[in-house]
Ligand binder design. Structure first.
Ligand SMILES: O=C(CCC1CCCC1)NO
Ligand SMILES: [Zn+2]
Length: 370
């Protein structure tokens, strides 16, 4: 009946370097800056609001351990794992694999603890210790592919947790619903040929990676039809997202009947995020959480795990995350979204014709889910 919660001080120590995104260079006149867009302070502020609002008193704190090499190798190549460990031993650390995803010396400990947090949340929900869970883990994972880290992601926390559920907890069908604003390319790569994971991503079209996340990417072999991409035009808010969920995401989950739903929960679809151009507010994320909880109750005995992914506004991620965790826990702390009065009048609530068309184009993808 309770909601599990995971946070660890080390998640707030991830060293994202002194670049805004790319490492600074005098040659390129890119100045050093105190906070990389992915600086962990944003997620630490969400933890502090969960604590200061009193919500934390209604949550069951779970204690993660580090994921093991075996956990990681269920979804990643050994070469990727070994490279991360070797770069983590360097004095200045290394990079997840794409040159824009730095981590500091010893950063592998934090990455393993993030994956371990996802595993612990899935374990606790699968065995009924808690009803559902929010794992406020860092670094994120949903861009990490089998052979490389990418987009600030070192190991694919959600894929690792799903593989753990399938291979260790005896589950047969797991769904990953990725509402992070960027395409969930990692799980798509990792589970491309598997029908044991239904991988759904709703994202801003061509935002990142700019060359993936299209409707025609549907999986292959046994996995054909079990990758479902719903790219949305820039500017979408609650109208577009709620229609995408009502018309495509929820019907897909009802057809697939997963035993567990894992949400790749990024808040970078918010109106105040620097790395995308969507228009959700905290109440919009609450609505998505409600919809996923309701379908989890319908098909999966309520078994739902949310894993923190992106979200780069230190101002607004706290309020977006509080709304979701309150909904999961069925608790209202009465904390107002401090930015709603400013953001509300800016729009994003109506479902516009071109957004409806983008979602309707994805409806045909439901036909192959059994
Ligand atoms: O939030 C993210 C990271 C996206 C950035 C990675 C490099 C530029 C855009 N992915 O979910
Ligand atoms: Zn993102």
């Amino acid at each position: 009946t309770t909601t599990g919660y995971i946070w660890n001080t080390l998640y707030g120590w991830a060293d994202t370097g002194s670049g805004g995104i790319f490492p600074p260079s005098v040659d390129a006149l890119t100045q050093p800056i105190a906070h990389h867009v992915a600086h962990p302070d944003t997620k630490r502020r969400l933890h502090e609001l969960i604590s200061a609002s009193g919500l934390i008193d209604s949550l069951r704190q779970l204690e993660p351990g580090p994921a093991t090499r075996e956990d990681i190798l269920r979804v990643h190549d050994a070469a990727h794992y070994e490279r991360i460990l070797s770069e983590s031993a360097l004095p200045k650390g290394g990079d997840a694999g794409d040159g824009v995803s730095p981590f500091g010396n010893g950063g592998h400990h934090i990455a393993l603890l993030a994956a371990g947090g996802a595993i612990e949340a899935v374990r606790a929900v699968a065995d009924g210790t808690v009803r559902n869970a929010y794992a406020l883990i860092n670094p994120p994972g949903h861009h990490a592919e089998r052979a490389t880290g990418r987009g600030f992601c070192i190991f694919n926390n959600g894929a690792i947790a799903a593989a753990h559920a399938l291979e260790t907890l005896g589950l047969q069908r797991v769904a990953i619903v990725d509402w992070d604003v960027h395409h969930g390319n990692g799980a798509q790569d990792i589970f491309r040929e598997s029908s044991k994971v239904l991988n759904i991503s709703v994202h801003q079209d061509r935002c990142f990676p700019s060359d993936s996340g299209f409707r025609d990417e549907r999986g292959s072999g046994d996995g054909f039809g079990y990758t479902l991409n719903v790219p949305l035009p820039p500017g979408g808010g609650s109208g577009a997202y709620e229609y995408a969920f009502d018309a495509v995401v929820l019907p897909a989950l009802r057809a697939y009947r997963p035993e567990l739903i894992i949400v790749a929960s990024g808040f970078d679809a918010s109106m105040m995020d620097p790395l995308a151009r969507m228009m959700l507010r905290a109440d919009g994320f609450r609505s998505l959480a409600r919809k996923i909880m309701d379908v989890a109750d319908e098909v999966a005995d309520g078994k739902l795990v949310c894993l923190q992914e992106g979200g780069y506004s230190p101002y607004y991620v706290p309020f977006c995350g509080l709304a979701v965790v309150e909904e999961l826990a069925g608790v209202s702390t009465g904390t107002a979204d401090a930015f709603a009065p400013i953001l509300g009048p800016m729009g994003g609530d109506a479902l516009l014709a071109h957004e409806r068309e983008a979602v309707d184009a994805a409806k045909e993808l439901l036909a192959d889910i059994t």
